[in-house]
Write a protein that binds this ligand. Sequence first.
Ligand SMILES: NC(=O)C1=CN([C@@H]2O[C@H](COP(=O)(O)OP(=O)(O)OC[C@H]3O[C@@H](n4cnc5c(N)ncnc54)[C@H](OP(=O)(O)O)[C@@H]3O)[C@@H](O)[C@H]2O)[C@@H](O)CC1
Ligand SMILES: Nc1ncnc2c1ncn2[C@@H]1O[C@H](COP(=O)(O)OP(=O)(O)O)[C@@H](O)[C@H]1O
Ligand SMILES: [K+]
Length: 512
Amino acid sequence: MSDELLTSVEMGEADRMAIASGPVAGIGLMRRAGEAVAAEVFNRYPEATHVHVLCGPGNNGGDGYVVARILADSGVATTIWASAAPRPESDAALAAAECPIAPRPLSGFEAGPGSIVVDALYGAGLSKPLSGDAARAADIASNRRLPVIAVDLPSGVSGDSGKVLGIAFTAAVTVTFARKKPGHLLLPGRERCGEIVLADIGIGDDIIARLRSRAFENRPARWLRDFPIPAVDAHKYKRGHVGVFSGGPSATGAARLSALAAARSGAGAVTVLSPGNAMQVNAAHLTSIMLRKADDLADIEEFAGERRPSAFVLGPGFGVGEKTRTFGLALLAAGQPRNAAAQVDGLVFDADAITSFREAQDVLFEAARRQNAPALVMTPHEGEFARLFPDMAGDDASSKLDKARAAAARANAIIVYKGADTVIAAPDGRAAINANGAAWLATAGSGDVLSGISAGLMAQAMPAFEAACAAVWIHAEAGSRFGPGLIAEDLPLALVPVLRELVEARRKVPNG
Ligand SMILES: NC(=O)C1=CN([C@@H]2O[C@H](COP(=O)(O)OP(=O)(O)OC[C@H]3O[C@@H](n4cnc5c(N)ncnc54)[C@H](OP(=O)(O)O)[C@@H]3O)[C@@H](O)[C@H]2O)[C@@H](O)CC1
Ligand SMILES: Nc1ncnc2c1ncn2[C@@H]1O[C@H](COP(=O)(O)OP(=O)(O)O)[C@@H](O)[C@H]1O
Ligand SMILES: [K+]
């Protein structure tokens, strides 16, 4: 698999291991990196009148000297603008020595129409905000709308966090090496990268495996093996039963959206658990989804005892307060002795179920930590995340990936930290960044659908982290394929073609 995401430290380690274990020296890796970038320049900009290669003092700049040499050897008009000379005896100094073009100082950078820019100023080693000549160069490239090909990362973007340090280049294409970095997928970095090309520079999969990276891009290959397909002898309850709690008479729609999504995701049975005073309104809008009154814990226990639900969704439209906390804690106690709902596999707490614990976070986290507690998936958007983890939310030094991981560890839950760059994190440190979504998904009720998919997959015995990753990917894929005009009501049906493809792919997994 090539979906691991490497931090700058891990990438440096991979570099060292590759050099130590094989025939490729540092300069060999650098030459391959430069060749990969030059190939993109040739392929994408055959008409470019002039290529301006901006070189920094480190190895990113070293890659730039390789690119410039290859372009010049092919007769392309090429200028090198360097911010500083490479450190003597470094690989970058070797690459500069091999390059026949005399660098000009970056302070004089200018570029005419029809030219393109190769940004090889800073990559993994970015250590402070761009300033001076580098910042000016970024401004010129952006003001003149010059196409930029970034080497490894657009300078100014942190590979670890995706943050822009001060100012950054905006690339049309970013060529990175061996594996992507979190900053290629996290915002705002992702937007600055343009199209991302992953180049093989000879760092083998065995070396990447030794790094034991626990972060990856959320793609089906990671969880397809666990994706549920009904057995030949399935009956509806074998396919999992999901209970979705509804809010009061004027807040029932969210639960129905969630319930429909759970059903579409393959749960064999779905029941909306409704307050007595909202039974009429729910009944008027439900057909295949079942309906049952659930005003208090006794109702829930009776339902659980009789119908053996395997997953629940609590939160969408449910309301914030004591009742939500009571229901949530009772569900988390489902695995405890003498509790009727002893077989629950998974819980999804979303929206009001998250907000209800803003003053009682530790009670929630402790309940989730108890032995035999059902697996808990929480799906906060940014505002909800800040209510449950206020100290983390305000920490500017850490990335969204760091925050989701720390939150998962503290809460003993899978955290789906939603947004355009949703991060899914598990208490054991595994984390995935999702990148197949689109802004069409930013529509009311979209999150309720996501909760339903997550519960639907967990009810079919998909492990919680994999279920959450799959739900996020499927939801994003359905929404981005649907495109303009999407409203949350469209999403359950829009899941179908995506699910069909996954089932087909799952059937092809060897020994799956
Ligand atoms: N690892 C691999 O497998 C391979 C890596 N390769 C390539 O190496 C790149 C990483 O190289 P790298 O470690 O030398 O760091 P790089 O990004 O060149 O910058 C370091 C220098 O810049 C300086 N500096 C930083 N920010 C600054 C700022 N804002 N303003 C001013 N100065 C700033 C910093 O200064 P300092 O922090 O020391 O003050 C230091 O001098 C990687 O992105 C890839 O392209 C490939 O060759 C293939 C194999
Ligand atoms: N710009 C975006 N690009 C991709 N996905 C997005 C974007 N904005 C929102 N989403 C996704 O849409 C969903 C919105 O959920 P949420 O904020 O809970 O909305 P609601 O409460 O209205 O259902 C989340 O899954 C989120 O990741
Ligand atoms: K760069």
